[in-house]
Design a binder for this molecule. Structure first.
Ligand code: PLP
Length: 478
């Protein structure tokens, strides 16, 4: 697409929206302006390509397409079949998976599809077998009761939340924490790293049906070969949620023992983080689980979003291009440059560094909570998010950590020199922020004091850092 075409496309789209509800058009334009101006270090965000964004805004949004390619419950799905098949083909080729299911609307949904597939495959339930064989009319009330009892309370072993695991890996605020009897494995308190012997021990004791690997805030690689061996040793199904690092797998930065696809029975992901696609999810698996995975809709998903599957096909095609590997490697190089810059200035990092796309700063070293640090950085034009650190004394709301990631800034083109400058800006803000007090004068975990002149100066420097790297340079909304 020529630069001119991108501008014309987005401008025209906004003009049409403005004709109906100008406030929406204004908000869309304002979002672009905000994203252009902020130093975005949210580890789970990125900037999708114009082609990916444009593939979502069209008539596919109008279609119902329950079912799978060639087996739909609605007529007239031939074009949806085309884009769903294309997205699945690109996913299979990109990740070397034998089966790809591209319908999940999000990462949470992809995990639900995987949980269902594993339960349906593994749980010994005569009633479930009858239901699967579509002999539903043969099932008595007692059978249905038995089915519900047998599917519930199965065991899941996943990474603990404060060590970087995700809510959907069996934690209370998510349905997985209510469906499953869950235990977690943490990290070694001395190194912050996964201790595989401890995971093996926990698996031996607990005998989970599902062993889950994958994380939202662990700054290191995971050895999936070892994790699979642990799963095999106790007869567990090994599931990897690669939502955060899918781009690093796609770009062949994570290979061999660190590529989950050859080792896991089932892999789930989002498509919008380091993979740089539209918001959505995906499941990869071998032939054994494929049939159950394909029942995702209507088992746990609403009707597929064909417009998003079209955008997934575009983004996955982009990720198959040779330059994506360079992008993925630059994400990690940038994260390491950022980590080095912070360490040199005296910051404490969980695990002492990174070998993926994210860095976790323990801001207690600056005398702050994560919430105070997050807000002080935001005041200074630096967008991050607070996050628990292992054994966090401040809990999940205030936290003691700040998670930062490089996929978005790497897409913009920033490199090692800018990462060092970013480390300087972060360190300046954190070292000049002090904890504040509540109205009663008591210490507060939320209030903080930062000289507005410092925030303004850092904000200006952050903006200057971005100037040579315009976001969506070809898009001029006028
Ligand atoms: N899995 C992991 C590891 C995640 O980090 C996230 C999102 O942060 C999800 C799943 C959920 O993704 P979504 O927000 O698309 O449902």
């Amino acid at each position: 697409m020529s630069r001119n075409a991108e501008s014309t496309a987005f401008r025209s789209a906004l003009e049409v929206v403005r004709g109906v509800e100008p406030r929406v058009a204004d908000a869309i334009a304002a979002e672009l302006a905000d994203q252009r101006e902020s130093l975005k270090l949210i580890a789970s965000e990125n900037y999708a390509s114009p082609a990916t964004l444009l593939a979502m805004g069209n008539w596919f949004s109008d279609k119902y397409a329950e079912g799978t390619v060639g087996r739909r419950f609605y007529a007239g799905c031939q074009n949806v079949d085309t884009v769903e098949a294309l997205a699945a083909e690109h996913a299979r080729e990109l990740f070397g998976a034998s089966h790809a299911y591209v319908q999940p609307h999000s990462g949470i949904d992809a995990n639900l599809v995987a949980f269902w597939a594993i339960l349906a495959d593994r749980v010994e339930s005569p009633a479930l077998r009858k239901a699967q064989a579509r002999q539903v009319n043969d099932l008595t009330e007692a059978d249905w009761f038995a089915l519900r009892r047998e599917l519930g309370n199965q065991r899941m072993l996943g990474m603990s939340l404060d060590a970087g695991g995700h809510l959907t890996h069996g934690f209370r605020p998510n349905i997985s924490g209510k469906m499953f009897d869950q235990r977690s494995y943490g990290t070694d308190p001395a190194t912050g790293l996964i201790d595989y012997d401890r995971v093996a021990e926990a698996a031996r004791e607990f005998k989970p049906l599902i062993l889950v690997a994958g994380y939202s805030a662990y700054p290191r690689k995971v050895n999936f070969r070892i994790m699979r061996e642990i799963a095999d040793s106790v007869g567990a199904t090994f599931m990897v949620d690669m939502a955060h690092f899918a781009g690093l797998v796609a770009g062949k930065v994570f290979t061999g023992d660190f590529d989950p696809v050859p080792h896991a029975h089932i892999v789930t992901t989002t498509t919008h983080k380091s993979l740089r696609g539209p918001r959505g999810g995906m499941v990869l698996c071998g032939p054994e689980l494929a049939d159950q995975v394909d029942r995702g809709c209507p088992m746990v998903l609403g009707g597929p979003l064909p417009h998003v599957m079209a955008a997934k096909a575009v983004a996955l095609a982009e990720a198959r291009r040779p330059d994506f590997a360079g992008y993925a490697q630059r994400i990690v190089d940038n994260a390491q440059a950022l980590a080095d810059g912070l360490l040199r200035r005296g910051a404490t990092l969980v695990t002492g560094g990174t070998d993926n796309h994210l860095v976790l700063i323990d801001v207690s070293g600056y005398g702050l909570t994560g919430r105070q640090a997050e807000q002080a950085l935001l005041d200074s034009g630096i967008v991050t998010n607070r996050n628990s650190v292992p054994q966090d004394p401040n809990g999940a709301w205030y936290t003691s950590g700040i998670r930062i990631g490089t996929p978005a800034l790497t897409t913009r083109g920033l490199g090692a020199a800018e990462m060092d400058a970013t480390a300087e800006l972060i360190h300046t803000v954190l070292s000049q922020t002090t904890p504040g007090t509540g109205p009663d004068g008591a210490p507060s975990k939320a209030k903080y004091v930062l000289d507005p002149a410092v925030a303004e100066s850092v904000g200006k420097q952050a903006a200057d850092l971005l100037t040579p790297f315009p976001l969506y340079p070809a898009v001029d909304l006028g």
